[in-house]
Design a protein around this ligand. Structure first.
Ligand code: ADP
Ligand code: MG
Length: 231
């Protein structure tokens, strides 16, 4: 795919080992992986215009090749409900990042829709030196961090494989729905897994991919943060 190849090429030319969030999310969109709607702003006024267009609440994030973990440096501000809050957050993020690294190159500020809270899942891909790309699936938060309740498959995977991955984690009943919790859109998760598999098979230069978290709803899903690391 032309757009995807161009993004990888640009990163290579700029000697970057990983894609910026808007780049990674554009790659996702090209592969049918749903992400939060986003726009890039270069000025405070542009940020407000973007937020007005996307609809409130929005999230602002730093876009910089010098910042990998955006939240840790105060580069992410969530749940902004008005243009005034967007303006404040815009300058706050710039000053936070400058404090962290005075010479950080700043590409812009990402304005994106705030994804409503829901069940969080994580989909990842890593490369096994022997078997090539492998996919990982799990539920977010304590399920992956504390309980290590995750499952792996060597790519490429079929829809049936994806379904198996989803149903074999211990936390599956949470996705299936319980008490007042409606069932999550399992078909949407299957599509993301299969599309991620296609993506990593098509682009061997992907060393690591991380869709973390993905909010899963009764209908549909939204990737909130996407990271792609290159060979
Ligand atoms: P980092 O580079 O630090 O991983 P993230 O983009 O993941 O930054 O943002 C940090 C956290 O903020 C996410 O893990 C998520 O909990 C929350 N978050 C980020 N973007 C959104 C969004 N669009 N909607 C809702 N929550 C978000
Ligand atoms: Mg993140």
């Amino acid at each position: 795919m032309k757009k995807v190849s161009e993004i990888f090429e640009k990163a290579r030319n700029e000697k970057r080992k990983y894609l910026l969030e808007p780049e990674a999310k554009t790659v996702c969109v090209e592969y049918g992986i749903p992400v939060t709607k986003f726009m890039i702003a270069k000025t405070e006024d542009e940020a407000v215009k973007s937020a007005d267009k996307l609809g409130y609440p929005v999230v602002l994030k730093i876009v910089s090749p010098d910042v990998i973990h955006k939240f840790d440096v105060g580069g992410v501000i969530l749940n902004l409900k008005s243009s005034l809050e967007v303006r404040k957050a815009y300058s706050q993020i710039l000053s936070n990042v400058r404090k962290h690294k005075a010479k950080a190159k700043i590409t812009g500020i990402l304005v994106q829709e705030m994804a409503p809270e829901s069940t969080e899942i994580i989909i990842g891909a890593t490369k096994d030196p022997q078997f090539g790309p492998a996919l990982m699936f799990g539920l977010g938060g304590i399920f992956v961090e504390v309980l290590k309740d995750v499952t792996f498959r060597i790519a490429p995977i079929t829809e049936a494989d994806a379904k198996e991955m989803i149903t074999e984690v211990k936390a599956y009943p949470i996705l299936k729905g319980y008490r007042n919790q409606p069932p999550a859109d399992i078909e949407a998760i299957i599509r993301i897994l299969v599309n991620t598999s296609r993506l990593v098979m098509d682009y061997p230069e992907i060393k690591e991919l991380d869709l973390n978290p993905i909010m899963v709803y009764k209908k549909g899903a939204k990737t909130v943060d996407a990271r792609i690391i290159l060979e």
